[in-house]
Ligand binder design. Structure first.
Ligand SMILES: NC(=O)C1=CN([C@@H]2O[C@H](COP(=O)(O)OP(=O)(O)OC[C@H]3O[C@@H](n4cnc5c(N)ncnc54)[C@H](O)[C@@H]3O)[C@@H](O)[C@H]2O)C=CC1
Ligand SMILES: O=C(CO)COP(=O)(O)O
Length: 330
């Protein structure tokens, strides 16, 4: 596997990954749909819209033409929001090398098909190696050269190991997994629980409530992902437990910040991307269809759809029938 890298998506995460790889000696091209923004990034070496105060790697290349950006790339990182990943992937099919490896870095579930990001890539690129990169990793931390660990998952362990060898560097440590489904579900579902954690924070319900919510949220995440075929070991790793702990504990998480705004009763207009908003409905549907007990996810979904308010959600959650703590009990 060679290592000419193209990153699709010049928001926070795409820019951070691209800069990290370029700073560590890789040939990296960053594509974005906004020509003016790309040209500003080229001129200033910064992306202040998404990564305020960060100086990007000087060797990073910028390309606005999608076809040109992917031509000759060995590894393509897909880093647009989850609901746009399929459309972006479809556009590049005719232009990529037959040996190109495609990696999803988005965290969500496709609303129209119900597919994980990995399943989307397998469908669109049936003859390519595909993988998912996920785990506890704030873009601002990676862009700021802070030490970070993620999981790279592919069906073939060899593919995951090769990608880890290529993409790991002194600031980014990649662990290999052959459970792409589990890594995808871990990354998508934690966003819904991060919204719930943000609500607890914003409503000042206390540290004990936050710990209880994170723990019981982890039980729900595991119940759903295990029922859909994820491996337990994966969910206990970086892309399940790890990312849940990160995003349920920090206002740097946009999902947490979104929840905090709900908890405080603030205006939700102009909030940054919170993937959990779209995932909440899909996750609630999946849980209901599979008869899985997921009261926190149901509550977030109902809060977001406006059918209950925060006080009712808290009262209902606390009044549920008492039960065993088991995560497997439905
Ligand atoms: N920001 C972070 O710390 C992390 C983000 N992620 C995931 O990465 C994905 C992208 O997130 P961010 O980069 O943070 O979001 P962002 O909101 O910072 O940037 C999104 C970028 O995608 C572009 N975009 C939106 N719609 C598009 C379309 N239809 N076609 C092409 N480009 C489009 C926007 O113009 C923007 O440049 C999300 O799924 C997120 O969950 C994963 C790990 C860390
Ligand atoms: O997934 C993330 C860190 O691992 C980023 O979380 P937010 O999308 O909530 O900011």
């Amino acid at each position: 596997m060679s290592d000419k890298i193209t990153v699709l998506g010049s928001g926070a995460w795409g820019t951070a990954l691209a800069s990290n790889q370029a700073a560590n000696g890789k040939s990296v091209t960053l594509w974005g749909r906004d020509a003016a923004q790309l040209s500003l990034m080229r001129d200033t070496g910064r992306n202040d819209k998404y990564l305020s105060g960060i100086q990007l790697a000087e060797t990073l290349n910028y390309e606005h033409d999608l076809q040109e950006a992917v031509r000759g790339a060995d590894i393509i990182l897909m880093v647009t929001p989850a609901q746009t990943l399929a459309a972006t992937a479809e556009k590049i099919v005719p232009h990529i090398r037959s040996s190109a490896v495609i990696i999803s870095c988005a965290k969500g579930i496709d609303q129209t098909t119900g597919e994980t990001m990995g399943q989307v890539l397998h469908r669109i690129f049936p003859n390519h190696q595909v993988a998912t990169l996920s785990g506890p990793s704030f873009a601002i931390d990676v862009a700021g050269n802070l030490p970070t660990a993620v999981t790279i998952a592919a069906d073939e362990t060899e593919t995951a190991l090769s990608l880890c060898a290529i993409l790991s560097n002194k600031n980014l440590r990649c662990y290999a997994s052959n459970d792409q489904l589990g890594v995808d579900y871990g990354g998508a579902l934690k966003n819904v629980l991060a919204i719930a954690a943000g609500i607890v924070h914003g409503r000042a319900l206390g540290a004990s409530a936050l710990a209880a919510l994170t723990t019981r949220g982890f039980a729900e995440l595991q119940r759903i992902a295990l029922a859909l075929g994820a491996q337990s070991e994966t969910l206990n790793g970086l892309s399940g437990f790890g990312d849940l702990v990160l995003t349920c504990g920090s206002e740097k998480s946009r999902n947490f910040a979104y929840g905090a705004a709900i908890g405080r009763g603030s205006d939700l207009a102009n909030m940054k991307l919170a993937e959990g908003v779209k995932t909440a409905r899909i996750a609630a549907d999946i849980a209901r269809e599979n008869n899985i007990d997921a009261p926190l996810i149901f509550a977030v979904n109902e809060l977001l759809s406006g059918s209950i308010n925060v006080d009712t959600a808290i009262a209902q959650l606390m009044a549920r029938p008492l039960k065993s703590e088991s995560i497997t009990r439905r």
